[in-house]
Design a protein around this ligand. Structure first.
Ligand SMILES: CCCCCCCCCCCCCCC[C@@H](O)[C@@H](N)CO
Length: 272
């Protein structure tokens, strides 16, 4: 069933809207006239991002709500305030963090923190956003997952499970929300040039460095455009690039061969 909400959306909320893919989506939507509410933790970075979006799209309303997405009540208040300004046609859950490292080297706390932000942060945004959309019978949800949610790679034992969990959430929500005219899409981007990727590179173990080298990073603007195109069409899954497409569409048939290949890449890198 095609989504019933208008495109471009009249009003969108974006978590993680102050940098990287979230900011690139904000810029792309504002360029089409979509009013925005941007959520992010750091008020200064959030205001700087909103200022850049406003400067590029004069006349478009860009509101900000500093908010820690891990705080369910604060996020619910931020979404309710956004919805009160203007009904939301689109909710984009983009806030996320990454830790890379061998399983033996990652503290248990890293696993918890990633799940808290990447999974529960999405949940905290969608719980208050979906109710009004379903009541109106129209809306779109776009969850930003990862190609690392399609296959587990060396060094992502803390990160990949959070993105796998989001796939389960997206599939269940899609089934429940489609009859109400609300589409739920999940994107699977590969490495994307963002400030976060720059920080991640500093802690990547050699095995992950070697594996990631097989899929060069994409520009945030191109990734944002691909994700929004998928959401516009109401696609359940939005793989970005050929490798993510192959992982999504050809798995599980190709997984044994892909795993064997990456096991060899990781083993070579591990030997230095
Ligand atoms: C036949 C299929 C071959 C598939 C090869 C895919 C190789 C992909 C290897 C890199 C995976 C990176 C996944 C993205 C990670 C980001 O989400 C992360 N860096 C956070 O910014």
């Amino acid at each position: 069933m095609p989504p019933r909400a208008p495109w471009p959306p009249r009003h969108a909320v974006i978590s993680g809207g102050s940098s990287g893919i979230g900011l690139a989506m904000a810029q792309a939507l504002a360029a089409q006239g979509t009013g925005l509410t941007l959520l992010a933790r750091d008020p200064a970075r959030l205001e700087a991002a909103a200022g850049a979006v406003r400067a590029a799209a004069p006349g478009v309303e860009v509101a900000t709500q500093p908010c820690d997405i891990r705080d369910a009540e604060a996020t619910a208040r931020a979404v309710a305030a956004a919805e009160a300004r203007a009904p939301l046609d689109l909710a984009v859950a983009c806030a996320g963090v990454v830790r890379a490292g061998g399983f033996a080297d990652l503290p248990a706390q890293a696993h918890r923190e990633l799940m808290e932000t990447n999974y529960f942060g999405v949940l905290n945004l969608l719980r208050p956003a979906l109710g009004p959309m379903r009541a109106r019978g129209a809306g779109r949800v776009l969850i930003v997952g990862s190609a690392a949610g399609l296959a587990g790679f060396w060094g992502y034992s803390a990160y990949a499970p959070t993105k796998f969990a989001l796939r389960g959430l997206a599939e269940a929500l899609r089934a429940e929300c489609a009859p109400d005219g609300v589409s739920v899409s999940i994107g699977h981007p590969p490495d994307t040039e963002t400030p976060q990727l720059a920080a991640e590179r500093a802690e990547r173990p050699p095995q992950l460095v070697a594996i990631a080298a097989t899929a060069p990073p994409r520009e945030a603007r191109a990734v944002a455009a691909a994700l929004l195109a998928g959401a516009r069409r109401g696609r359940a899954d939005v793989p970005v690039g050929a490798l993510a497409w192959a992982l999504l569409r050809l798995a599980p048939a190709v997984r044994p061969a892909v795993d064997a290949w990456f096991d060899r890449v990781a083993a070579r890198a591990g030997r230095g």
